[in-house]
Design a protein around this ligand. Sequence first.
Ligand code: SF4
Length: 95
Amino acid sequence: MLVNPVAPIIQAEPWQVEAACAEVGPAPWETHLGGISDLNRHALSICSGCQVRQKCLDFAMRMEGSVRTEARTCIYGGRTPAQRAALARRRKKAA
Ligand code: SF4
């Protein structure tokens, strides 16, 4: 059972119960003005040890291009919004 919702994720996904961010709260995963804060770096370090990192990234990539605010501003799967946008561009080119 989650103490708090998985930080950057609003929509319930079964793998969230294993998320390393589940008990931290959302603030470290929120980016502002395109920059990366010390708090964001802390979030990225938590993501790096998260056992559902790939599922989280897959989830985020399905939202890529979405109008949902968290999809544009939050860290998911150990990647910043800018990194996910770059990954989406690479995948599109490779397709
Ligand atoms: S990869 Fe990061 S954002 Fe995703 S569930 Fe794990 S800790 Fe949370």
